[in-house]
Design a binder for this molecule. Structure first.
Ligand SMILES: NC(=O)C1=CN([C@@H]2O[C@H](COP(=O)(O)OP(=O)(O)OC[C@H]3O[C@@H](n4cnc5c(N)ncnc54)[C@H](OP(=O)(O)O)[C@@H]3O)[C@@H](O)[C@H]2O)C=CC1
Ligand SMILES: O=C1O[C@H](COP(=O)(O)O)[C@@H](O)[C@H](O)[C@H]1O
Length: 515
C-alpha cells in the first residue's frame, strides 16, 4: 500500500456490508426499459473492411440484432475500396465476429439472419462519381440514413462534401465521426467546419466510446442521483483525483495510424478528458444533450493551461521498450509493424492537470494512459482528505474507486474498527459490483449503446463541436511545449507500470498512483 491509497484489504467483517448492499441493489433494481425501435435505418459504415468496423461495430450490431433491438427493415452497408462481393464480405464479417463475440452468444442461425441485413459496396470516397453510384444503390431516402465514418479523419471532409453533392445529406441523415477529430485544433476546426457545412450540429455524432461504458454513465448517476456526495465533491474535501487508463495491448496492426498520433491524441485528448469532465462538471439542469454538454464544456474551458517549459514539471511522456506481458516476450514499440524505427511517438503519457474554478481550485487531477503496461485497468480514484482531527492511531483517508475495466465496480473505502481488543483501524470497502447488483446476463458494450443512441437521434453521450475544440485548445500548447522543450519519451519496459518519472510526478507532492 502506498501513501495510504491502498485498497487491497478486504476484511471478512466487511463482507456483510457488501452482501447487504448487493441485496438492496437487487431488490430495488427494476429492469431497464429496452429501446423499442420503430425507425428502420440504413447504417452505412465507411471503412467497412477496417479494424474498427470488423472488431467493434459489426459485433455490436450483431448483438443488437440478436437482442431484437434493430428494427426489422434496418440494413447495414459496409463501404471500402477493396473489390468484394456481398458473399465475400459476409464471410469476412462472420470470421471476425465469431472471433469477437463470446462463444455462447454466437450461433449460426442468428448469424444468418443478421447477415441478411448485411451488404457491401466497393467505392473510393475520394471519388465524387462513386457517391453518384451509391445514391442509385440506396433506393429509399425516406429512411434514417446513418453514415458511420470508420475511416482515417483526413477522409471526413471529402465524404461530407460528396454526400451533399450526391443528394445524400437530407434531413433524415446523420453522420458519426470517430475520434480523434483531427490532429490539432486547426485540423479539428477544419473538419468540424466541413461537416457543419453539410450537417447541422444536431445530426453530427462525435463518438467517444468511453461515454458509452456503463460505469461512466454510473458516475453521473452516483453524483447526481445521490445527495450523499455533492456536499463533499469539491476542493475543501477532496485531496486529488486520479484517472488512469492502462492497457496491456500494444499498437497491434494500427502502427501506421498510432505512430502519427501517440497516446496524447489517441487517448488523453478524448477519453481521459471526457472522464475528467464527468468527474468535475456541475450538475446539468436537465439530463439532455445540450445541458450535459454545456457543463462539460465549462470544465474544459477552465483547465489551467500547460505551456512552454511547464511541460517539464507537469507532464511525462514514455515509450515502451521490449519486455514481457503475461509471461510473453513483446518487442519494443519502435520494432512494431509500420512504426518508424526512430519514432519518438509517446505510448504513455501522464500529467498533472488543474481546473481553475471555484469548486476545484488547487485540486490536482492526475491523468495517465499507456500501452503495454502490466495490467489492463481503467479507473477513477477520488481521494478524500484525512479527518481534521485524529482520535485514533492509524487510519487512512477515504477514497472512492470507480472502476471501468476490467470489471465495472464502484467502491468506497471507509475506516472500521478491526475485531478484537483496542481501537485498531482497518480500511474496509463498501463495494458495489454493478454486474452482480443488476444481475444482467450480458453487459452492453459501449458501441451497442452508442449505436442505438445514434439511430434514435440522442446525442447526450456524444461530443459537441465546441467541446472537441476546447479539448484541443488545451492539448495543443502541451504538444507544442513537447516539441520545443521536451527530450525524447522516457523508455519503460513492456509489462511495467510506466516510466519512473510518472511516479515522480505524484511523489513530489507526497502522493502515489493507485496500483
Ligand atoms: N480500430 C480501433 O479500435 C479504433 C479506431 N478508431 C478510429 O477509427 C478510424 C478507423 O480506424 P481503423 O478501423 O483502425 O483503420 P483501418 O486502417 O483498419 O481501416 C480504414 C478503412 O478505411 C478504408 N478506406 C481507406 N481509404 C479509403 C478510401 N479512399 N475510400 C474508401 N475507403 C477507404 C479502408 O479500406 P480500403 O483500403 O479497402 O479502402 C478500411 O476499411 C480511425 O480514425 C481511428 O482513429 C477509433 C477508436 C478505436
Ligand atoms: O480509442 C481507443 O481506445 C482503445 C481502448 O479502448 P478500451 O475500451 O479497450 O479501453 C485503445 O486501445 C485505442 O488505441 C484507442 O484508439
Amino acid at each position: 500500500m502506498r501513501h495510504g491509497l491502498g485498497y487491497d484489504r478486504h476484511l471478512p467483517g466487511c463482507s456483510a456490508l457488501v452482501v447487504i448492499l448487493h441485496k438492496c441493489a437487487r431488490r430495488s433494481a427494476k429492469p431497464c426499459p429496452e429501446s423499442v425501435l420503430t425507425v428502420p435505418c440504413d447504417m452505412l459504415v465507411f471503412g467497412g473492411t477496417g479494424d474498427l468496423a470488423l472488431h467493434k461495430l459489426l459485433p455490436a450490431l450483431y448483438h443488437l440484432h440478436r437482442d431484437g433491438r434493430l428494427a426489422a427493415q434496418t440494413r447495414i452497408l459496409a463501404l471500402a475500396r477493396q473489390p468484394l462481393s456481398r458473399a465475400d464480405y459476409q464471410s469476412l464479417a462472420e470470421r471476425r465476429c465469431r472471433a469477437q463475440v463470446a462463444r455462447a452468444d454466437f450461433d449460426t442461425a442468428t448469424w444468418q439472419s443478421f447477415a441478411e441485413r448485411l451488404d457491401y459496396f466497393a467505392m473510393d470516397v475520394s471519388q465524387s462519381a462513386d457517391f453518384g453510384r451509391l445514391a442509385k444503390r440506396l433506393d429509399s431516402h425516406e429512411r434514417v440514413q446513418v453514415y458511420y465514418l470508420a475511416t482515417a479523419p483526413d477522409l471526413f471532409e471529402d465524404i461530407a462534401a460528396h454526400l451533399a453533392t450526391a443528394g445524400l445529406a437530407g434531413p433524415l441523415s446523420r453522420i458519426v465521426l470517430e475520434k480523434p477529430i483531427g490532429h490539432s485544433l486547426d485540423s479539428a476546426k477544419a473538419i468540424n467546419a466541413a461537416i457543419g457545412a453539410v450537417f447541422d450540429e444536431s445530426r453530427v455524432f462525435r463518438i467517444d466510446h468511453y461515454l458509452g461504458k456503463e460505469t461512466v454513465q454510473n458516475l453521473m448517476a452516483l453524483r447526481f442521483a445521490n445527495a450523499l456526495f455533492e456536499p463533499i465533491w469539491r476542493a475543501g474535501h477532496i485531496d486529488h483525483v486520479q484517472i488512469s487508463v492502462c492497457e496491456t495491448l500494444g499498437v497491434e496492426n494500427r502502427g501506421a495510424y498510432y505512430d502519427r498520433s501517440g497516446a496524447m491524441r489517441d487517448m488523453l485528448q478524448n477519453h481521459l478528458l471526457q472522464l475528467l469532465c464527468l468527474v468535475a462538471m456541475e450538475a446539468p439542469v436537465r439530463f439532455d444533450a445540450e445541458a450535459v454538454r454545456d457543463e462539460k464544456l465549462k470544465v474544459l474551458q477552465a483547465l489551467k493551461p500547460i505551456h512552454g517549459l511547464d511541460v517539464q514539471d507537469t507532464t511525462v511522456r514514455g515509450q515502451y521498450v521490449a519486455g514481457k506481458i503475461g509471461g510473453q516476450e513483446v518487442p519494443a514499440y519502435y520494432f512494431e509493424k509500420n512504426v518508424d524505427n526512430d519514432s519518438d511517438t509517446e505510448t504513455f503519457v501522464a500529467l498533472h492537470a488543474e481546473i481553475d474554478n471555484w469548486r476545484w481550485a488547487g485540486v490536482p487531477f492526475y491523468l495517465r494512459t499507456g500501452k503495454r503496461l502490466a495490467k489492463k485497468s481503467s479507473e477513477i480514484v477520488i481521494q478524500f482528505k484525512p479527518v481534521p482531527h485524529r482520535l485514533f492511531n492509524g487510519g487512512e483517508a477515504n477514497c472512492l474507486l470507480i472502476r471501468l475495466q476490467p470489471e465495472e465496480r464502484i467502491s468506497l473505502q471507509l475506516m472500521a474498527k478491526a475485531p478484537g481488543k483496542g481501537m485498531r483501524l482497518e480500511p474496509v470497502e463498501l463495494d458495489l459490483n454493478l454486474a452482480q447488483a443488476f444481475q444482467q446476463k450480458r453487459r452492453w458494450d459501449a458501441y451497442e449503446r452508442l449505436l442505438l443512441d445514434v439511430i434514435e437521434g440522442d446525442s447526450t453521450l456524444f461530443m459537441r463541436r465546441d467541446e472537441v475544440e476546447a479539448a484541443w485548445s488545451w492539448i495543443d500548447p502541451i504538444l507544442r511545449g513537447w516539441h520545443e522543450y521536451y527530450q525524447s519519451p522516457r523508455p519503460y519496459p513492456a509489462g511495467s507500470s510506466g516510466p519512473e518519472q510518472a511516479h515522480g510526478l505524484l511523489e513530489r507532492h507526497g502522493r502515489a498512483w493507485h496500483e
